[in-house]
Ligand binder design. Structure first.
Ligand code: SF4
Length: 63
């Protein structure tokens, strides 16, 4: 599964990273999220979904 964060929609709340720290991290420079790996499989698929569901801006897309 491919994980993407829309940099324009992300507001840096950090909820994705708090929910799924194995999938999402926050940039030091602006606090916005990025996927640690753009492709996830196994247990990280569920973690990626949980992180996406936690985002109030709907900035995370999974394909
Ligand atoms: S929860 Fe959404 S808005 Fe907040 S840091 Fe993560 S991707 Fe960005």
């Amino acid at each position: 599964m491919r994980v993407q964060v829309d940099a324009n929609q992300c507001q840096g709340h950090g909820l994705c990273q708090m929910t799924s720290p194995d999938v999402f991290a926050l940039r030091d420079e602006d606090g916005h999220a990025y996927p640690i790996a753009e492709e996830v499989d196994g247990a990280l698929v569920d973690a990626a979904r949980d992180g996406a569901d936690a985002c109030p801006e709907r900035a995370i897309s999974l394909k």
